[in-house]
Design a protein around this ligand. Structure first.
Ligand code: KIV
Ligand code: ZN
Length: 386
């Protein structure tokens, strides 16, 4: 394990729970293949009991994507766990991720269960999953609003029954970095068999703190971080993978941890996911936004021209934002145009490409030189109107 933080990508599960996002099997498979190139350690491929489509997508990913562990989500009941295994069992390395809520508010109002009943369900569910695979993750939903003593008992039980990863979700994005860091330290100190499991965190972004909370958790003993590309996920989303990974890398002087991420694939993966989900990336989005490396003021431009690091703390080329040697204008051909769009992360099908190329030629008639920013604007506009 050393100084590595495992990256658990949940773009295809929690990310797909973003309002308005729905991916078909082929799109999910394309994303999973790209996530493997990106170098994530675990792909949460879906929630098989949720629908036949989700089941088939998890199965297809388990059958066809190699490299990362492939994970399927299940509530703690046997029906969910059996269905998750049916879908994910084809993977070379398969994980079942099972969960139940542990906060008073969820146990009382949502589950209508006592803490003792929840504890018993955890034991039974984790054992059921362990009967299928050695790799079992247990999540205590709404962990950050749970009583710490009870939560530690739940995790101790899950580990004793075979969980190899215990996940601490900040389900409603309520925690703050100092508090969440201490909470993770409290779990590390309060669960006697914690050495037998990886501590994971799963932070939501309701207060815009998901990445900060994940970094604070790592500082206090978390070894796995759950995140989604472009920060997709329920409501305000999950911790953005690209922000967490680049935070850890850029401030390695503070954290001293590495990930297995292939940085060169970050931009391409972000673009692919944006185009397939139809969720545009806001221009000023950290790391992958169109403006993340654009310098408007004269002072900044002057500084960057003299020495890039005056105003850039990351290198856009490291993220796979390739500088093109090609100049685009009205004489440019369709092949080069398509290639450049793909380098920028836009994968258009044939009819979309026809439309994009027509708009490009119209623009080129008005503007002598077409920049990458023009191409991006054209592709974004097209995607918004599909
Ligand atoms: O936010 C959450 O609590 C979840 C769990 C299922 C891990 O997504
Ligand atoms: Zn979540």
């Amino acid at each position: 394990m050393g100084n590595k933080v495992f990256i658990f990508d949940t773009t295809l599960r929690d990310g797909e729970q973003s309002p308005g996002v729905s991916l078909n099997k082929k799109e999910k498979l394309d994303i999973a293949v790209q996530l493997a190139k990106l170098g994530v350690d675990i792909i949460e491929a879906g929630f098989p009991i949720a629908s036949p489509g989700d089941f088939e997508a998890v199965k297809a990913i388990a059958q066809n994507v190699s490299g990362p562990v492939i994970c399927a989500l299940a509530r703690i009941g046997f029906g969910d766990i059996d269905r998750a295994w049916e879908a994910v069992k084809y993977a070379k390395r398969a994980r079942i991720h099972t969960f139940i809520a542990t906060s008073d508010i969820h146990m009382k109002y949502k589950l209508n269960k006592t803490p003792e009943e929840v504890l018993e369900m955890v034991a039974l569910g984790v054992k059921r999953a362990k009967g299928y695979t050695d790799d079992v993750e247990f999540s205590a939903e709404d962990a950050s609003r749970s009583d710490l003593k009870f939560l530690c008992k739940v995790f101790e039980t899950a580990i004793a029954c075979g969980a190899t990863t215990i996940n601490v979700p900040d389900t409603v994005g309520y925690a703050t970095p100092d508090e969440f860091g201490k909470f993770i330290a409290g779990i590390k100190a309060g669960v006697p068999n914690i050495d037998q499991a990886v501590i994971s965190v799963h932070c939501h972004n309701d207060l815009g703190l998901a990445v900060a909370n994940s970094l604070a958790a790592v500082k206090n003993g978390a070894q796995q971080v759950e995140c989604a590309l472009n920060g997709l996920g329920e409501r305000a989303g999950n911790a953005a993978l690209e922000e967490f990974v680049m935070g850890l890398y850029t401030r390695r002087d503070i954290y001293g941890y590495d990930t297995g991420i292939n940085y060169q694939e970050i931009y391409r993966t972000s673009r692919l996911i944006s185009s397939l989900t139809g969720m545009p990336v806001q221009p000023n989005k950290a790391v992958v936004g169109k403006n993340a490396f654009a310098h408007e003021s004269g002072i900044h431009q002057d500084g960057v021209l003299k020495e890039r690091t005056t105003y850039e703390i990351m290198n856009p080329q490291m993220l796979g934002m390739v500088q093109s040697n090609l100049v685009f204008g009205k004489h440019s051909g369709r092949h080069g145009f398509k290639q450049r769009l793909e380098e920028l992360g836009y994968h258009l099908n044939d009819p979309e490409m026809d439309q994009a190329f027509k708009q490009f030629k119209e623009l080129a008639d008005k503007k002598k030189q077409i920049t990458d920013a023009d191409l991006q604007a054209l592709a974004e506009n097209l995607m918004r109107n599909i």
